[in-house]
Ligand binder design. Structure first.
Ligand code: GLU
Length: 423
C-alpha cells in the first residue's frame, strides 16, 4: 500500500493551477522577472517526514518569511524580555513597510517583528562580536534548520539594494529614536541580505519542523529553541504574519503563518504539521494568491484550523474493576489523552474513593499523551489517595509520565503482583 499523501498534494496543485490572479512583486525589480507559473507545496509531519509536490526543488528568496526565524534566533540569544524592550507584539494593521512606530509607551518602538521596522530592529539585535556580517550568522542558522547549506541570491540582493530607499528611511527613523544603535545603512544591507537567502518549499518545511516540534529539530532530536521562544514566534505569526490580512487569514485558514513577497508562505500547526507553499503572484496585501488557495484547502481538508481545538477523549476511565480482594486491588484503566479536562474528570471520579488501605492501580497503557497540567494533576491525585491510606501503583509501559519533575515511588513489588493478576 502507498500512502495517499503525495497524490493528495499533487491534486491540490492541479486544482489551483487555474487561479491565475495576482501580480508579481515589482518593488524589488528582480522579482518582477520571476516565472509566474512555478508552483510547489510541501508538508512536514510531526516526526519530520517531508512530503512535497510540484516545483519542490525550485529555489526562491525567503524574503519576509525570514523574519519569523530571526525573531526566534534573537529571543533565544538575548531572552524575550530584552527583545520586547525593542519590538512589541501588536498587530499594526498597516502595510509591512509602513514607517510607523508604536508611541503608546515611554519610548517609541516598532509594533511587531513581522513588519519591516520590527524585522530590521530584530536583525540589528543579532550579536556579531567578531564583526561577522549578521546575515551570515543568520544564513548559518537557517542552514542548520534546513539541513543543508543555503546561499544568498546575490542578484535579488543587489536588485533590492539598488532601490532600498524605503527600508533605508525606516532605518534612519529607527536610528533617530535610538531603537537602532549603530549605522542604519549597514543594518539595512545585512537585513536585505537575510531576505535574499534562497530556499525551496522542502527547505522551508524542514526549517519549520522545529516550530512544529516545540523547539526540537526532529531530524537530529536536538533542542534548538525553548518552548517559550516557540510560543512567542507562533503568537506573532498568528496575529501579524500575513501582513494586514492577518484577520482574514485567521478566520479562513487558522494556522500561524508567515508570507514573503517572493511568493512563499509557511504555516505551522504546533504538534501536528508544518506546511509551505510557493507561487509568485501576489494579492493586494502581498500574499501569494495560489498559496492562500492551497493553504485554505489544506486547512479545510485536514481539519487544521487552530480554533477547532483538540477534542477531549471524553471518556478517561475506560474500565474500572476490583481484580482481587484482601487486600483489595482496584484497577482503573485509563485511555486517550490526559490534559486538564480529562485530569479534572478523573480526579472527580476518584473523589468517591473512601479512605482505606486498599491498592489502587492506574493502567496507563492506553494513554497516548500527557501534558504538563494533566501530569501535575494526576500526580497530585496520587498523593491525595496515598494520604487517605491507599497504596497506589502504576502500569506505565510507555513511560508517558516520564517527564514528572518529582520522582515517585512506584511500588515495584505490587506492580509485579498486579501484572500477574492482570495476565
Ligand atoms: N526584503 C523585503 C523588504 O524588506 C521583504 C518584504 C516581504 O517579503 O514582505 O522589503
Amino acid at each position: 500500500m502507498n500512502t495517499p499523501v503525495p497524490e493528495y498534494l499533487a491534486n491540490l496543485l492541479y486544482n489551483c493551477k487555474a487561479n491565475g490572479g495576482g501580480q508579481l512583486a515589482d518593488y524589488i525589480p528582480e522579482l518582477a522577472s520571476a516565472d509566474p507559473n512555478k508552483l510547489a507545496v510541501a508538508l512536514t509531519t510531526l516526526d519530520g517526514l517531508v512530503y512535497s509536490a510540484g516545483d519542490d526543488e525550485y529555489e526562491f528568496s525567503i524574503q519576509s518569511i525570514s523574519k519569523a526565524f530571526t525573531y526566534a534566533y534573537v529571543i533565544e540569544e538575548l531572552g524575550l524580555d530584552t527583545v520586547l524592550k525593542k519590538v512589541g507584539v501588536e498587530p499594526s494593521g498597516e502595510a509591512f513597510n509602513e514607517i510607523s512606530l508604536d508611541q503608546s509607551e515611554d519610548r517609541p518602538k516598532p509594533k511587531n517583528p513581522m513588519i519591516n521596522s520590527g524585522a530590521i530592529t530584530t536583525h540589528s539585535l543579532i550579536a556579531n562580536a567578531d564583526n561577522t556580517c549578521r546575515a551570515e550568522i543568520i544564513r548559518k542558522f537557517f542552514s542548520e534548520l534546513a539541513g543543508r547549506e543555503l546561499s544568498f541570491d546575490m542578484s535579488i540582493f543587489q536588485s533590492e539594494m539598488n532601490t532600498a530607499y524605503r527600508n533605508l528611511s525606516i532605518g534612519y527613523s529607527l536610528r533617530n529614536v535610538s531603537i537602532l544603535e549603530s549605522d542604519p545603512t549597514e543594518i539595512i544591507e545585512s537585513y536585505i541580505k537575510q531576505c535574499s537567502i534562497n530556499v525551496t518549499v522542502k527547505d522551508l518545511v524542514n526549517m519549520i519542523s522545529v516550530l512544529v516540534n516545540d523547539g526540537i529539530l526532529p531530524r537530529t532530536g536536538e533542542r534548538i529553541l525553548s518552548h517559550k521562544t516557540v510560543r512567542q514566534v507562533l503568537t506573532v505569526m498568528t496575529t501579524c504574519g500575513m501582513y494586514d490580512a492577518a484577520g482574514d487569514w485567521l478566520a479562513n485558514v487558522g494556522i500561524p503563518a508567515k508570507s514573503g513577497v517572493a511568493g512563499g508562505i509557511i504555516g505551522v500547526l504546533p504538534g501536528q504539521v508544518g506546511l509551505a507553499v510557493f507561487s509568485p503572484k501576489l494579492d493586494g496585501h502581498g500574499n501569494s494568491v495560489r498559496g492562500i488557495d492551497i493553504m485554505q484547502q489544506l486547512s479545510n481538508d485536514m481539519g487544521l484550523h487552530l480554533l477547532e481545538g483538540v477534542p477531549s477523549s471524553r471518556v478517561i476511565v475506560h474500565d474500572q474493576s476490583v481484580v482481587r480482594t484482601k487486600p483489595e486491588v482496584k484497577v482503573y484503566k485509563l485511555q486517550g489523552v490526559l490534559q486538564f479536562t480529562e485530569a479534572e474528570r478523573l480526579l472527580r471520579i476518584l473523589q468517591d474513593e473512601d479512605k482505606s488501605d486498599n491498592i489502587i492501580v492506574f493502567d496507563l497503557s492506553h494513554i497516548s499523551l500527557v501534558n504538563d497540567v494533566g501530569r501535575r494533576m494526576f500526580l497530585d491525585g496520587i498523593d491525595r489517595l496515598r494520604a487517605d491510606g491507599h497504596d497506589v501503583a502504576l502500569i506505565d509501559p510507555d513511560l508517558v509520565l516520564r517527564d514528572a519533575k518529582t520522582p515517585r515511588k512506584f511500588v515495584p513489588k505490587i506492580y509485579q503482583d498486579i501484572q500477574e493478576v492482570l495476565n
